[in-house]
Design a protein around this ligand. Structure first.
Ligand code: 6AU
Length: 272
């Protein structure tokens, strides 16, 4: 079994986690493997970008702690947009603490992330206890977790043995850990027998068509590099979509462009 040569819809049937299943199904339904990362500081701009790109994405990625005028109304509107445009929500919280602390950060505080984010991510650095802490909150709600097995930045430390250990952590909790933030497929890592039908979702940031970096360590690859060549599943695109100003038509065009490029790269992979 090789997830690279299987369709998103066939793969949805291999996942028992509700968030993983729902994401693969919406990708198939909307013909989109595009996740837009909305890293802006004003609520109005945040909601306007999401309303504009919503029809073209499978997933919206948030950093709610960036928003200066955050309130509960924003969450109600985000939820309404996710229902209207049919996408899932991924809060890019990058939890990185002991089990008890991440449990509180996930469920409580101003943001109450577990109430509205279908998917969150965590750094594996604390070891398996971080997954246990998050699962105690997220599993009963049908949520899914991604581990950061690799990063997109120049000279990052998430390589080699660290990446292998992250994959081993995920294998211990297949009910809750649905995949990775990574730059390539992870099933073959750690000499695991892939004939067991292991299937991880690989969501990949550091995607851009027009520039190669941002002058602050970010490194960009194209949808073809990421989906066709590296076999990843979802392209995460932020400034490539809204980085040239607030013009709604320009943002819509970029979202359509990345959706088309990402989907073509997926079809090319399947026909290989
Ligand atoms: O397309 P950009 O560069 O404007 O935005 C990339 C987004 C940012 C980062 O916080 C995030 O992707 N990201 C992550 C994630 C998703 O966890 C990991 C990583 O290695 N690199 C990265 O850029 O919101």
């Amino acid at each position: 079994y090789d997830p690279k040569s299987s369709s998103y819809v066939d793969r949805s049937k291999r996942h028992s986690n509700g968030a993983a299943k729902a994401l693969l199904e919406v990708m198939d339904r909307k013909k989109s493997n595009l996740c837009v990362s909305v890293d802006v500081a004003q609520k109005q701009s945040f909601l306007s970008i999401i309303d504009t790109v919503g029809p073209y994405v499978c997933l919206i990625k948030t950093h709610v702690d960036i928003i200066e005028d955050f309130d509960d109304q924003l969450l109600a509107e985000l939820k309404a947009l996710s229902e209207r445009h049919d996408f899932l929500i991924f809060e890019d919280r990058k939890f990185a603490d002991i089990g008890n602390t991440v449990k509180l950060q996930y469920a409580k505080g101003v943001h109450k992330i577990a109430n509205w984010a279908h998917i969150v991510n965590a750094h594996p650095v604390p070891g398996p206890s971080i997954v246990e802490g998050l699962a105690s909150v997220g599993l009963p709600l049908g949520r899914g977790l991604l581990l950061l097995a690799e990063m997109s930045t120049k000279d990052n430390l998430a390589t080699g043995e660290y990446t292998t250990r992250a994959v081993q952590m995920a294998r211990q909790r297949p009910d809750f850990v649905i995949g990775f933030i990574a730059q390539r497929r992870m099933e073959t890592i750690g000499s695991h027998d892939t004939s067991h039908g292991e299937d991880f979702l690989i969501l990949t940031p550091g995607v851009g068509l027009d520039v190669q970096g941002d002058g602050m360590g970010q490194q960009y690859r194209t949808p073809k590099n990421v989906i066709t060549d590296a076999g990843c599943d979802v392209i995460i695109v932020g400034r490539g979509i809204y980085g040239n100003g607030d013009d709604v038509d320009a943002i819509r065009k970029q979202a359509q462009r990345y959706q088309a490029e990402g989907w073509k790269a997926y079809l090319d992979r399947l026909s290989k």
